[in-house]
Design a protein around this ligand. Structure first.
Ligand code: AMP
Length: 288
């Protein structure tokens, strides 16, 4: 695996990829876990050459302390990436990615950024869009891989690609979980033992919510989830939302007839954000 810290040297190396070979790209913020590595494995299966980036993007953090405390495990990241035969690792500095101002471009994501993560993390998706667009311009991948763990982000990236006519195919990769169901996340390493023990409650609740939703019971399910977290001594619910997977519009009905008037092909998904102390965890589950 070759490691690059500048745009110039990475671009030079990518020039040597043969014209008939494809490039797969996996953007990350490091502190890699098996979820990230499953993205890289998917990329290796799909593309001839695989680029992974590690860059903790300051413009997508709405909370300063989250950015400052973001975990970094660079030496083990390198080892893990070698184990899954990553070809190129790109680890730029902030200056390299933001040569002028460390500022986000403002995007129109057709409202996809107005709910859930976007509503609770001001400027987050403009930051994500800015950095992913810049990385795409540098790497020019044929395929880019994103985890369903950040499902809203995935939809927003697809929207950006469509709106900006970018020549890259976005591939979604399923959520990789710990054996107890907790969605893998770089932030999990910051949980104290007590919070780590309680955190699987999030996915357990999502599974029960899925059974309760039964294709229609949005209000009932939402109330039940909110109550379940009120009764939990440690975990604090920020939001639980059932939304249409394609436009992310919240579904707030209980009535099957009302539901059937809509498009029967609509697919619903539950989204959740929870504070475990000062660590914010998100998860999602398909409700079909
Ligand atoms: P991050 O380093 O958190 O920015 O994540 C980089 C990429 O890995 C994003 O596309 C995430 O959605 C994806 N990812 C993070 N956690 C998981 C997971 N548990 N399973 C699958 N993909 C994940």
């Amino acid at each position: 695996m070759q490691i690059f810290t500048t745009v110039k040297t990475l671009k030079l190396a990518l020039k040597n990829v043969l014209p008939n070979q494809t490039v797969g790209f996996v953007p990350t913020m490091g502190a890699l876990h098996k979820g990230h590595l499953s993205l890289v494995k998917n990329a290796k299966k799909t593309a001839d050459r695989v680029v992974v980036s590690i860059f903790v993007n300051p413009t997508q953090f709405d909370r300063k302390e989250d950015l400052i405390n973001y975990p970094s495990t660079f030496q083990t990241d390198i080892k893990h990436l070698q184990e899954v035969s990553c070809d190129f690792l790109f680890v730029p500095t902030i200056k390299e990615m933001y040569p002028n101002h460390t500022e986000s471009q403002v995007f129109d994501f057709d409202g996809l950024d107005q709910v859930m993560e976007g509503a609770h993390r001001k400027g987050h998706f403009n930051g994500v869009g800015t950095i992913v667009k810049r990385l795409f311009e540098i790497v020019q991948p044929n395929f880019a891989f994103f985890g369903e763990k950040d499902f809203q982000q995935l939809q927003i990236i697809k929207k950006m690609v469509e709106k900006e006519s970018l020549q890259v195919k976005i591939i979604a990769v399923p959520i990789f979980r710990e054996p107890d169901g907790l969605a893998m996340s770089s932030r999990n390493s910051r949980l104290t033992d007590l919070y780590r023990e309680e955190a699987p409650f999030i996915f357990q609740t999502l599974l029960k919510a899925k059974a309760m939703f039964d294709g229609k019971n949005a209000i009932k399910t939402t109330k039940w989830v909110e109550e379940a977290f009120k009764n939990h001594p440690l975990l604090v619910l920020e939001y639980f939302t059932i939304a249409d997977e394609s436009n992310l519009l919240p579904f707030r009905k209980n009535d099957k007839k009302e539901f059937e008037k809509g498009n029967k092909n609509q697919k619903y998904r539950a989204f959740i954000a929870v504070f475990a102390g000062d660590i914010r965890l998100i998860d999602t589950i398909a409700l079909y």
